[in-house]
Design a protein around this ligand. Structure first.
Ligand code: OGA
Ligand code: MN
Length: 282
């Protein structure tokens, strides 16, 4: 097998290269990629130009694939490959995509284990804005002072789509607002996720509305401070897209967001997801 990984930053990110393009589609590559995603949080495959069939094949080889959008979106061709776009001809309900401008994790409010990974292929790169940013909540947790780690033990947060869309709620047309904000479930998750392998990450981002049992202002302030901590440059990475770039990230140990872009840029990303294997556990 001849695929190679090169670190991008100390705590986050690897760039993937290959001797022969076919090398990334082998079962050995799928295994190596899965391990690297868990280790490095974000993998970038520069200008690999995957077709949907190739993206689905990689997704399933690392996989299995899972669909997040069954209940959350109506898209003219809502298939296993979700088109992330503000083009209303394809995506008549842009709220879900506008919500990606804020730090979040995918699939936190659906009735299944959070997806292990999200995979994006860049079909049309925006000329302005539209980078994607990632923040490792493994590295961020690890870097917290010991007494702060202890203060988080046993805490839970309540998550909802309503909370994640609160920054844009008043911009949603009134006739859609109630339905859009009601998407998904209201779920409580431990703030610190102790994974089966013993590593710990944080389950934070805009879906987290408040800390269960804590005064609302104090709990919200804690959530904002943790998200800011995780987003500091040492633990985060910004990817500027070129057409054909493909990125896989560990959704169980990272928040992500898009830098705002305008629909006039034509930005188009094709998204797939890999099923999670573990519910969030303390
Ligand atoms: C998503 C998402 C980020 C981006 O599709 O879930 O967060 O940069 N996308 O488009
Ligand atoms: Mn997302």
């Amino acid at each position: 097998m001849a695929i190679h990984f090169e670190n991008i930053k100390e705590f986050i990110g690897s760039r993937v290269s290959w001797d022969d393009r076919a090398d990334i589609f082998t079962p050995e590559a799928a295994k190596a990629i899965r391990e690297k995603v868990a280790e490095r949080t974000v993998l970038v495959f520069p200008e690999v130009d995957l077709t949907d069939e190739e993206q689905l094949a990689i997704t399933n080889a690392i996989g299995p694939k899972v669909r997040l959008t069954n209940t959350t979106n109506v898209q003219s061709n809502d298939e296993d490959v979700y088109q992330v776009t503000l083009d209303e001809k394809i995506n008549p309900q842009p709220e879900y995509v506008l919500g990606t401008f804020f730090w979040h994790m995918d699939g936190i409010t659906v009735d299944m284990p959070p997806p292990f990974a999200t995979l994006l292929s860049c079909r049309i790169a925006p000329d302005k804005g539209g980078e994607t940013e990632f923040a490792s909540t493994y590295a961020a947790y690890e870097g917290l002072p010991e007494e702060e780690k202890q203060a988080l033990e046993g805490l839970k947060a309540e998550h909802s789509v309503k909370a994640s869309l609160s920054p844009i709620a008043d911009a949603i047309p009134e006739k859609h607002r109630e339905r859009v904000l009601g998407i998904g479930l209201i779920k409580e998750h431990p703030l610190v996720w102790r994974h089966e392998d013993g590593r710990k990450s944080m389950v934070i981002g805009t879906t987290a509305d408040h800390i269960v049992g804590m005064d609302i202002p104090a709990g919200r302030a804690m959530l904002v401070r943790l998200a800011e901590w995780a987003a500091q440059p040492a633990y985060s990475l910004r990817h500027k897209w070129k057409k054909g770039d493909f990125v896989i990230w560990d959704n169980t140990g990272a928040m992500h967001r898009a830098v705002p872009y305008d629909k006039s840029t034509g930005r188009m990303m094709h998204r797939t997801s890999i099923a999670g294997t573990e519910a969030v556990a303390a």
